[in-house]
Design a binder for this molecule. Structure first.
Ligand code: PFF
Length: 446
């Protein structure tokens, strides 16, 4: 419920870092290169960049604005700006959070396992093929990856129970710049590997002929996933914003930061894939096989490998808490559970839902759903269906129910004029509902 004593962000930079903490995670470093690899390289990159600017940034502004107006969780905020019937969109967001965190934690768990494998030297100085064996042995085991998934979920639950205090904010301020420097170093190492240039050109050269409706839907799903849009995470962060905050300005910072990290991750993974003769379309395992091989080909690789997976885990945790927080806030508000009970029960249910994703890399690898392993299916369904639908409804609610003029006056409460108000309103009201619907329907059914 909205109340006068509701917490607010301490500072603008604190908010931007927290929102960037939610946005930057496995989506940038693991999922982006994976989808680029599966979608034909440069064709995807171009479509992705266009979508982030035309859909991602305008919708980030939209979510922040609904949240700041609503001053509460996703369900309550939609009810407040659009009437009780629209609370249902919130339920869609909660479902998306549930599903995404279930497989997100499995993948983050592989990263945690890698920290220990670097510590014990198991991943030291290996070539791509040997790393592939280590990876397959880990993920096809029916128990071990579930253990790491449990460890990652426990960390996430612990932080959400304690509340997101200054500790994390401070830690992110220190650690995110280190991650950035490390990514730049790795990109340099990767593009200078023998044979890497073929990958660079595959990544950067737009191949217009390869652009089809599936690539467009994937780019849309990736933009939502990476920006944490379509399920209320960014909306909730907006609900803690003071009125003086300039929403469009902040959205642009967060988005550019996020795009930059993803593109950088592409410069690490794709050239390495070509240099090591791997298959760019090989899906979720890609980064876990190429990266240690890149470390193996550089001085002090074990140290850097260790550092990298520690930072990746931290980046994943700051995203995972925003996913769990959406679900927990819903249980607290709607079912009146206390924070501890909500976090533990939701966390446990998410952990259990993650188990088939983990098993789909091994004992259940033959059980395909729509031709995909369970983990890939969960990801596809949540990102390309639920998040994109969440975005579609967000645009409809602002454009047609709450009205863009009300949204613009909320945005301008900062005292700054929203210079792009007219094109933004036009995009949200007229272009976005049609374009999103066409992309979703075409990508899914034809
Ligand atoms: N944006 C996060 C990432 O790129 O890793 C994942 C994510 C967080 C998606 C929060 C959705 C969300 F609501």
């Amino acid at each position: 419920m909205a109340n006068k004593d509701r917490e607010q962000w301490g500072s603008r930079i604190g908010f931007i870092l927290a929102a960037a903490g939610s946005a930057i995670g496995l989506g940038n470093i693991w999922r982006f290169p994976t989808v680029v690899g599966q979608s034909g390289g440069g064709a995807f990159l171009l479509v992705y960049l266009i979508i982030t600017f035309l859909v991602g940034i305008p919708l980030m502004i939209a979510e922040l604005t609904i949240g700041r107006r609503g001053q509460t969780n996703i369900v309550g905020s939609f009810k407040k700006v659009a009437g009780d019937n629209w609370g249902i969109i919130g339920a869609l967001g909660v479902a998306a959070g549930f599903i995404i965190l279930s497989f997100y934690s499995v993948i983050a768990g592989w990263g945690v396992a890698y920290i220990f494998k670097f510590l014990t030297g198991e991943l030291a100085n290996l070539g791509a093929e040997e790393v592939g064996n280590v990876f397959n042995e880990l993920t096809s085991n029916p128990i071990v990856p579930i253990f790491w998934h449990g460890i990652f979920m426990s960390m996430t639950i612990g932080i959400v129970i304690l509340g997101i205090d200054k500790g994390i904010e401070k830690a992110s301020k220190l650690l995110m710049p280190i991650l950035l420097v490390l990514l730049v170093l790795l990109a340099i190492r990767s593009v200078t590997l023998d044979g890497a240039m073929e990958g660079v050109s595959w990544y950067l050269r737009p191949n217009f002929a390869a652009i089809d409706r599936h690539i467009i839907l994937s780019a849309l799903g990736q933009a939502f996933f990476s920006f944490s849009l379509g399920m209320g995470a960014i909306l909730t962060y907006g609900s803690y914003l003071p009125k003086k905050e300039n929403i469009p300005g902040s959205a642009v910072y967060i988005a550019i930061f996020d795009i930059f990290i993803a593109v950088l991750a592409g410069f690490i993974i794709i050239p390495a894939v070509f240099a090591f003769g791997l298959e760019p379309g090989s899906g979720p395992p890609l980064i876990f096989i190429t990266l240690p091989a890149v470390f193996g080909a550089m001085p002090a690789g074990t140290f850097f490998g260790l550092l990298f997976f520690v930072l990746l885990t931290i980046a994943a945790v700051t995203s995972a808490i925003s996913l769990l927080e959406v679900v927990v806030a819903y249980f607290i508000d709607e079912l009146k559970w206390d924070r501890k009970k909500a976090s533990l029960l939701a966390g446990l249910a998410i952990f259990i839902l993650g188990i088939p994703s983990s098993l789909s890399m091994g004992v259940m690898s033959d059980n395909l759903i729509f031709g995909m392993p369970f983990l890939d299916f969960m990801d596809y369904f949540a990102s390309n269906v639920l998040l994109t639908l969440g975005g579609l409804f967000t645009a409809i609610v602002i454009g047609w129910v709450w009205k863009t003029s009300n949204a613009i006056s909320e945005i301008e409460k900062s005292g700054d004029k929203f210079l792009l108000a007219t094109p933004w309103a036009f995009l949200i009201k007229w272009i976005m509902p049609v374009v999103l619907l066409v992309i979703i329907v075409n990508g899914l059914f034809f």
